[in-house]
Design a protein around this ligand. Sequence first.
Ligand code: CA
Length: 231
Amino acid sequence: MSQRPRILVVEDEPAIAELIAVNLRHGGFEPVCAADGATAQHALDAVLPDVILLDWMLPDVSGLRLARQWRAHPRSKHVPILMLTARGDEPDKVAGLDAGADDYITKPFSTQELLARIRAVLRRRAPEQADEPLTDGGLTLEPATRRVIWQGTPLKLGPTEFRLLHYLMAHAERVHSRTQLLDKVWGDHVYIEERTVDVHVKRLREALGDAGALIETVRGAGYRFTAHSSQ
Ligand code: CA
């Protein structure tokens, strides 16, 4: 993706938060730090992150409670959560996973381990953020080279159209509402109007030419990529 995956780091110890942030930046991510639950909630409301790193012990609220809260909320329920736990706290790990965390990392952890775990949850939860080429309906999208090829011919797409197509192809056949697309493709739906999605879908179809028919409008619901259109 052209945008670096955004990682919300919820950690109250400044030295650890800073160390994580530096390593994330170095690893190709965009860290956003929050030292307590309220700040984390504020950051999450502003822009939906791609992954949340969540410390167990926070000054105002437990990480466990935040994980439960975010899992229960429609906007944040699909954001992968990685809990940071102290060494040897087995019951904590189980409780964290029960609360909806995707994985946990035991402190102290190595940078390599942290980055590997983040990449793993991103691959599991968001196939559009992986680098594997996608092929469907005669159309191929190569994330690594940022190329889109229709029946042997490379097509020219703008960056937003590329991300939009990437997301739709990674979740082919499924219908996505405009709000979902704003969250997943733009990363935020707070400051952007839903009509923006329609504008970019129109541009995407124009850029795709004959392959534009693969992007289907589902009346009253949203859009989907389908190689098996019934229309
Ligand atoms: Ca802490």
